[in-house]
Design a protein around this ligand. Structure first.
Ligand SMILES: [Zn+2]
Length: 397
């Protein structure tokens, strides 16, 4: 970029533009339970003002949408570098904020508001960079992919990714701008959620032999999950993660009605966070096998109606960048010479599963995310705008 006549650093000017856009983005309460259409309409209108057409991929109920837009030569044929982010934010319920979370507040070099770090800051930078991309003679198209319902299990992006096989041009690589303080992240653990419902048989608590205690069975299953965790920790571990193995957490358990009744039902929810290389469905298969061979026969000997149902509720795949191309581009743009792995999940694994090389790099600190008084530093946005301006240069080369 050439220096403007007023002598201002162009990265700073672009940052002010990003801040102006971020101010608007924060004003839309896009908590996952709400519609994100007002924000999406704002983005579409902004792009329309730059003569860029956008396409919506709506949720089944029509209340939310992903937006996809691209610019540059052959953008409709695919092969773009995609900048990807989620529009939804986590709730502010019960959090003690010093300022209105949906009014961006600038103070001491920081911008406060829900979603400033996670991750409207990146979206604002991507949008602020578009005029700069347009000015240039791009050889590689750039696209924007902004999703809904990321914070509730990366649900929204899935139908959009599906369309890469049909109606949407498939990018050649995706940069997911989750807050990594502009470090380059090439791996994270996955997260799979499961529900187990044990159905036993009620009896008077003095006649336990006539009943099947569902809580007892649940306890055996939970014990088995601990054993599976230990066994898998030996098989798949990676010191890039803390802890270095796949974890299993039992998060919720409920069962029984009274102390003098053998409980008929027990339900527990559990989560696997696998390191790349382990598929959580292996854990599921192991627990199902244990339930069928070790628990159900003795339960059914008392009553045929006894049952154990184990179902997968949602999976965010783990992420391990498959190709060096996206990673080395991001390292180059961010001025980094190493990569790291993170603990949180993102949409990156879903992009990778679709065969699109992906990398994670974005402004802001994940430590600020999901908390009251979430903020992003103005300097974080400056760094991101430098990344965008290097991207513009690279996309011309
Ligand atoms: Zn996020």
């Amino acid at each position: 970029m050439k220096t403007p006549a007023d002598g201002k650093d162009p990265a700073i000017t672009a940052t002010e533009k990003a801040i102006e856009i971020l101010d608007r983005l924060i004003s839309f309460d896009t908590t996952s339970r709400n519609s994100n259409l007002d924000m999406i309409d704002f983005v579409a209108a902004y792009l329309d003002g730059l003569e860029i057409e956008s396409r919506f991929v709506k949720s089944p109920d029509g209340k939310k949408a992903n937006i996809f837009a691209s610019l540059g030569p052959g953008a409709q044929e695919g092969g773009s570098i995609a900048l990807s982010g989620h529009t939804d934010v986590v709730p502010v319920d019960g959090q003690d904020w010093d300022t209105d979370p949906f009014v961006m507040t600038r103070r001491d070099g920081r911008l406060y508001g829900r979603g400033t770090a996670d991750m409207k800051g990146f979206i604002a930078c991507a949008l602020a960079a578009i005029p700069g991309f347009k000015e240039r003679n791009l050889h590689t198209p750039i696209s924007l992919i902004f999703s809904y319902d990321e914070e509730v299990g990366c649900l929204g992006i899935r139908p959009l990714i599906k369309q890469f096989e049909s109606s949407l041009p498939k990018p050649k690589m995706v940069i997911v701008g989750e807050p990594t303080s502009m470090t380059v992240v090439d791996a994270h653990k996955g997260a799979s959620r499961f529900e187990t419902i044990v159905t036993g048989l009620e009896a008077h608590s003095s006649l336990t032999h006539l009943g099947v205690n569902a809580i007892d069975v649940a306890a055996r299953l939970i014990r088995e999950l601990r054993d599976i965790e230990e066994e898998f920790a030996e098989r798949h571990s990676s010191h890039r993660f803390t802890p270095p193995f796949s974890t299993i957490n039992i998060g919720i358990i409920e069962g029984g009605t009274a102390l003098n009744i053998v409980p008929k039902t027990c339900r527990f929810l559990w989560e696997v966070r696998p390191v790349p290389g382990l598929d959580a469905s292996e854990v599921l298969a192991r627990l199902k096998d244990f339930a069928e061979t070790r628990c159900l026969p003795s339960m059914r000997a008392v009553s045929e109606d006894c049952d154990i149902r184990i179902t997968e509720q949602n999976t965010i795949p783990s992420f391990q960048a498959s190709a060096t191309e996206a990673v080395s581009l991001a390292m180059n743009l961010a001025g980094q010479n190493s990569t790291s792995a993170v603990a949180f999940g993102t949409e990156a694994g879903l992009f990778e599963q679709s065969g699109t090389p992906t990398v994670i790099c974005g402004p802001g600190d994940i430590a600020q995310a999901h908390k009251p008084n979430e903020f992003i530093g103005v300097s974080d946005l400056e760094d991101c705008m430098k990344f965008m301006s290097r991207l513009a240069e690279r996309a011309c080369a």
